[in-house]
Design a protein around this ligand. Sequence first.
Ligand code: SF4
Length: 176
Amino acid sequence: MNALREIDGFVQALHTPPGRALEKLGELYAQLDCDIAIRQPICTTSGRCCKFEIWGHRLYVSTLELANFLQVTRGEQPGRPRTDSVAAITFPLPLYQEDGTLNPGCPWQIDGLCTARAARPLGCRIYFCDTTAESWQQERYEYYHEKITALHAAFNIPYRYMEWRQALTLLENVLK
Ligand code: SF4
């Protein structure tokens, strides 16, 4: 029963995330972006880090960030209940390859560029291949991730922490 309620809560949070929670998340992203700007890391690998298997790492995302990504990429007003309950998520590029395995890259990366910059989650904002970033990015990730986790508790949003393309697959399935 509790598990069912948890799943219902998760799906509801994706459909109608609390507006105040999204505002708080936006404030955290803005703070993080300033934090990064001060450190001035350099990007030298032309978006190869968004091709996860090739680069050798994974991106993870929480429930609230997933809900925020969905709203921002759809151009919806943060926190406004959806009137169009049947709209499914669409991906700019296929999430899966023809053989049924996950594409190695993020479906929002086109010609080496992120086409979802305003919506991108914490991991995308904080990761830089610049070796000087190694001294601070893990600590900063944990700092902001803890704050995002706390937002779930504060707004009673079921917390899930999922690999990015698995999370997008889940979105595709629950938003049909
Ligand atoms: S959302 Fe943008 S930055 Fe993040 S993995 Fe996808 S293309 Fe890369």
